[in-house]
Write a protein that binds this ligand. Structure first.
Ligand SMILES: Nc1nc2c(c(=O)[nH]1)N[C@H]1C(S)=C(S)[C@@H](COP(=O)(O)O)O[C@H]1N2
Ligand SMILES: [Mo]
Length: 257
């Protein structure tokens, strides 16, 4: 069942995905955030396989090239200046429903216990790549910040404005890329803030300086160019309120594989 769904997702071109999701949105029984179509996987992950791990691979399985998709390099002056300085001045802010706001440097992230995992990234556009990601788990960072009552979602705000690729007819409705997960995925052991891919610092294309890896979900959840993590009670204040750049455009918020 799950495999079939994943194959379906990776097999469908983006346009078909969108029309399929529109049909679900029109279903009056569909819930606001987890729509009817995604409930089977969401329920499975939450009730049965809450702590289930995404498959991890061996070094021999690593793809020779990890394709770059979506933004190839943020164009805004803030990220450009940070990149020019080797990200020495980059700080990852953690705010919202927390007891202590954080502003973490790359060095701070490197000082935390590190996790390395070799996983397969599946993009809805129909390609996959296996990469080795390294970084601290998100859980101890959230514990250091201290979640306050009402915290339900962790929202990841990125540095790039995305509007689709010009070559694919995009760039019409550019907006800031963002994503979000619930607390189960936030505290999942394979949810890390990756600063390295295949043993080297992230390239601009793959999300420098730090990106999210939330391994039981599809490619578009793997937010690149992280700038700010917000702990929130509701997704309504962010973007168009569906929890992510692509969910705002009709993709499922819970992109379980
Ligand atoms: N900030 C940001 N994160 C993003 C994207 C993006 O355009 N901007 N694209 C998403 C999509 S659709 C995919 S498949 C992966 C691509 O990651 P990669 O470029 O390392 O392959 O990043 C995801 N995260
Ligand atoms: Mo993707």
């Amino acid at each position: 069942m799950i495999l079939k769904r994943r194959q379906l997702l990776t097999a469908l071109p983006a346009g078909l995905m969108l029309s399929g999701c529109d049909a679900l949105t029109r279903n009056p029984g569909a819930k606001a955030i987890v729509s009817a179509g995604e409930q089977a996987t969401y329920r499975w992950h939450r009730l049965v396989g809450r702590d289930g791990l995404a498959r991890e691979f061996g070094a021999a399985d690593i793809s020779p090239v990890f394709k770059v998709n979506g933004t190839h390099e943020p164009t805004n002056p803030e990220w450009q200046a940070l990149a020019a300085g080797g990200f020495a001045d980059w700080r990852l802010k953690v705010s919202g429903l927390v007891s202590r706001e954080l502003a973490m440097s790359l060095a701070d992230l490197h000082r935390l216990p590190q996790r390395t995992q070799i996983t397969r990234h599946d993009c809805v556009e129909g390609w996959s790549a296996i990469g080795q990601w390294t970084g601290p788990q998100l859980a101890p960072i959230l514990k250091a910040a201290g979640l306050r009552d009402g915290a339900r979602y962790i929202v990841f705000l990125c540095a790039d404005d995305y509007g689709g690729e010009a070559s694919k007819g995009g760039l019409q409705s550019t907006s800031r890329y963002y994503e979000s997960v619930d607390l189960v995925d936030a505290f999942h052991p394979q949810t890390i803030l990756a600063h390295s891919l295949n043993g080297a610092p992230l390239s601009a294309g793959n999300g420098a300086p730090v990106r999210l890896r939330v391994e039981r979900q599809l490619g578009y959840k793997q937010a690149k160019y992280l700038m700010h993590i917000v702990v929130a009670e509701s997704l309504a204040p962010f973007g168009s309120g569906k929890g992510g750049y692509w969910p705002d455009r009709g993709y499922e918020w819970y992109a379980g594989t």
